[in-house]
Design a binder for this molecule. Structure first.
Ligand SMILES: *Cc1c(COP(=O)(O)O)cnc(C)c1O
Length: 252
């Protein structure tokens, strides 16, 4: 009873400050500087008012997973004197590449050479735009329902060679800057169960950094509401959190 009451009465500000504290504690436990972990507030399905309220608390990084929904919010906040940094975290249909390049600073969900090529061309068409920061979405768990570059057996030579061939052509795109990797962990009962997946993404990153030393591999986008602390312990530099900040949608 009491717990339900507290959750219902908590404000966005309360929830945000709790998440910031938990993020900092997880980083400190892992001997890391909390500043090296960017909290991305996942605002899909949330109102512009929620976004503006969080922005007014000093929060800058927001994640969206649908281009149409996001571009309305992005247009509505474009003249904000303190700019928001927008992250595209959802699956991208190739015909939306142009809208993505126009609206987002970061794309976490690049999972093919052809999408990378389309994004790169879209950035070029915008002319003055700086290179787009991208992360390569990798499926390290092997779950069939997941998007991402196939990387569940990257120690296997055949899969490794296939993966490297795709990544080589993504790295060759002139208007994109690869910054690291992203993954979605399987839904699990306990956060601890996601740890091997996060660890595997970090190991994959370390291996790619050796294979392609000229590229930048510093970022790992991993961890959500139910497992972000474990992800931070395993090296996440970006965590994507929706429900814990904005509260569960009413229909859940
Ligand atoms: C919705 C979403 C999140 C946030 O999930 P929560 O469980 O609400 O924290 C993170 N990453 C992606 C790709 C998402 O689509």
């Amino acid at each position: 009873m009491f717990v339900t009451f507290v959750i219902k009465m908590s404000t966005l500000q309360d929830r945000y400050s709790i998440i910031c504290d938990r993020l900092a504690s997880a980083a400190q436990r892992a001997g890391r500087d909390p500043k090296d972990v960017t909290l991305i507030a996942v605002s899909k399905g949330r109102s512009l008012n929620d976004i503006l309220e969080l922005r007014s608390l000093g929060h800058k990084d927001f994640g969206e997973n649908r281009v149409e929904e996001a571009s309305e919010k992005i247009n509505a906040t474009r003249n904000d004197s303190q700019q928001i940094t927008w992250h595209m975290i959802g699956h991208i249909q190739s015909r939306k590449a142009r809208d993505v390049a126009e609206n987002f600073e970061w794309v976490h969900s690049v999972e093919s050479a052809s999408l990378a090529e389309k994004l790169s061309r879209a950035v070029a068409a915008l002319q003055t735009a700086p290179p787009l920061s991208i992360l390569l979405e990798c499926n390290v768990s092997g779950e069939e329902s997941k998007y991402g570059l196939q990387a569940n057996h990257f120690e296997d030579a055949v899969q490794w060679d296939q993966l490297c061939a795709i990544i080589e052509s993504i790295l060759a795109q002139p208007n994109l800057q690869v910054r690291g990797l992203m993954t979605m962990a399987p839904m699990v009962e306990a956060a601890e169960a996601a740890r091997p997946v996060f660890r595997k993404l970090r190991q994959l990153r370390d291996k790619l950094a050796k294979q392609f030393p000229v590229a930048h591999w510093s970022h790992l986008s991993m961890g959500m509401t139910d497992d972000f602390e474990v992800a931070i312990e395993e090296g996440a530099t970006m965590v994507r959190i929706g429900r814990a900040i904005f509260a569960p949608p009413k229909n859940l």
